[in-house]
Design a protein around this ligand. Structure first.
Ligand SMILES: NC(=O)c1ccc[n+]([C@@H]2O[C@H](COP(=O)([O-])OP(=O)(O)OC[C@H]3O[C@@H](n4cnc5c(N)ncnc54)[C@H](OP(=O)(O)O)[C@@H]3O)[C@@H](O)[C@H]2O)c1
Length: 253
């Protein structure tokens, strides 16, 4: 019988760039993609964290960069490509959530949130897609959220940015899929990271959120592995413009 699994999820020979790699979801994506065989460029601002992640593995290479400074983006993208000579898979995972009530958000807070969560993922992809298209294959994986579709307190700027990410993903797919680039997003439920520290320090709140899922618990970082590898691999080549919720059924209820 023909082995349909051969090469389907194997990322050997592929090069991934993961932004937001110092902690949380991005760090887990580095681990998942690397274990599927990819070489990984791990981008963040905290050098020490990236060095820990890359320790003892020459196929994980840190790139220290501040994505908030768009004037540096050309240089940042070039440095990332230079590491292994190409980027095949872009995981746009860096993000911020300032958790401010609508009454308190300033224009600067608003801009910072939209820039990091929505603008930079687009412009970084815009810089990397042409070299993917030269090889006729590539993957962009954005990070949306429950807040792409649901309103939460203190989430007006964040929710607007993540609603935008879902539509950005469709628009990227429309623009680039014909050149062999699949563009999809993951939408995580609640996972314990630095970003959600305030949620997980509040037992009654995190219990309440767990009860709102169909599975009955909040996410664990390992829950990301399967979808992350799938969306980065040939296994998802005919899937584009989609947002996959990794939320234990939160949005199904
Ligand atoms: N945790 C959840 O439950 C959850 C749910 C839905 C969506 N998400 C999304 O998942 C993504 C990752 O979040 P997380 O939960 O893993 O949060 P996290 O642990 O706080 O990670 C955020 C990452 O973004 C990086 N980052 C922040 N500002 C940056 C900048 N100016 N330049 C470069 N990198 C920057 C941080 O690295 P440095 O500080 O070292 O730069 C860090 O690696 C975000 O887009 C978030 O919105 C998370």
């Amino acid at each position: 019988m023909r082995d349909v699994l051969k090469g389907l999820f194997d990322l050997t020979g592929k090069v991934a760039l993961v932004t937001g790699a110092t902690t949380g979801l991005g760090m887990q994506q580095v681990i998942a993609l690397r274990s599927a065989g990819a070489s990984v460029v791990a981008l963040g601002r905290r050098q020490e964290r990236l060095d820990q992640l890359a320790a003892g593995d020459s196929e994980i290479v840190p790139v220290v960069a501040d994505l908030a400074d768009i004037s540096q983006l050309d240089d940042t993208a070039a440095r990332c490509v230079q590491v292994f000579g190409r980027i095949d898979i872009l995981c746009n995972t860096a993000g911020v959530n300032l958790r401010q009530h609508a009454d308190d958000v300033t224009p600067d807070d608003w801009d910072m949130t939209q820039d990091l969560n929505l603008k930079i993922p687009f412009f970084l992809a815009q810089k990397l897609v042409p070299q993917m298209a030269e090889r006729g294959w590539g993957k962009v994986i954005n990070v949306a959220s429950l807040q792409s579709r649901r309103a939460f307190s203190n989430g007006i700027a964040y929710g607007a940015s993540k609603g935008g990410v879902e539509q950005l993903t469709r628009a990227m797919a429309e623009a680039w899929s014909s050149r062999g680039i699949s563009c999809n997003a993951i939408a995580p439920g609640f996972f314990p990271t630095e970003l959600t520290q305030a949620v997980f320090e509040n037992d009654s709140l995190s219990d309440q959120l767990a009860r709102q899922t169909a599975v009955g618990r909040n996410g664990e970082l390992e829950d990301l592995n399967g979808v992350c590898i799938f969306l980065a691999s040939h296994g998802s080549d005919y899937i584009t413009g989609q947002t996959i919720f990794i939320d234990g059924g939160f949005t199904a209820k």
